[in-house]
Design a protein around this ligand. Structure first.
Ligand SMILES: [Zn+2]
Length: 129
């Protein structure tokens, strides 16, 4: 039988409420856990920005290269380089930067810690220490 930790139980409960279209926007789950992520892409040529918003019930964090939760969250929001972004203003493929941020904080922020690396090996390192 599979062992579930407290956070896994909560996420399992939330997952049973998905897909989101089956959960009323006014449901208790949404009132408690819904936040909004913002993805901002900025063209390195003309500095034009493009924002995309996405509702989320949790945030998945990688802990592989992070010594603690704050570092994992910083890694989640770090600026990435996109090599072939099609800029609407430049009308061609350019380099761009992309950064995730929390635009709207939920009442309760649910974090999903990815405890397995790319090869399926469990990460047993203790965090918060
Ligand atoms: Zn551009």
């Amino acid at each position: 039988m599979m062992h579930l930790e407290a956070t896994e139980c909560v996420m399992s409960f939330i997952s049973t409420c998905r897909p989101e279209e089956h959960v009323e926007k006014t449901s208790v789950i949404h009132q408690i856990f819904t936040g909004q992520l913002k993805s901002t892409v900025e063209c390195t040529q003309c500095s034009c920005t493009s924002d995309r918003f996405e509702n989320c019930l949790d945030i998945s964090l990688h802990i592989n290269n992070s010594p603690d939760l704050l570092a994992a969250f910083a890694d989640f929001t770090k600026t990435e380089i996109l090599d072939e972004y099609t800029c609407q203003r430049c009308c061609c493929k350019v380099k761009a930067t992309k950064r995730m941020s929390l635009h709207h904080l939920p009442n309760v922020l649910a974090l999903s810690i990815k405890r397995y690396d790319l090869f399926g090996n469990k990460i047993n390192r203790v965090m918060f220490g």
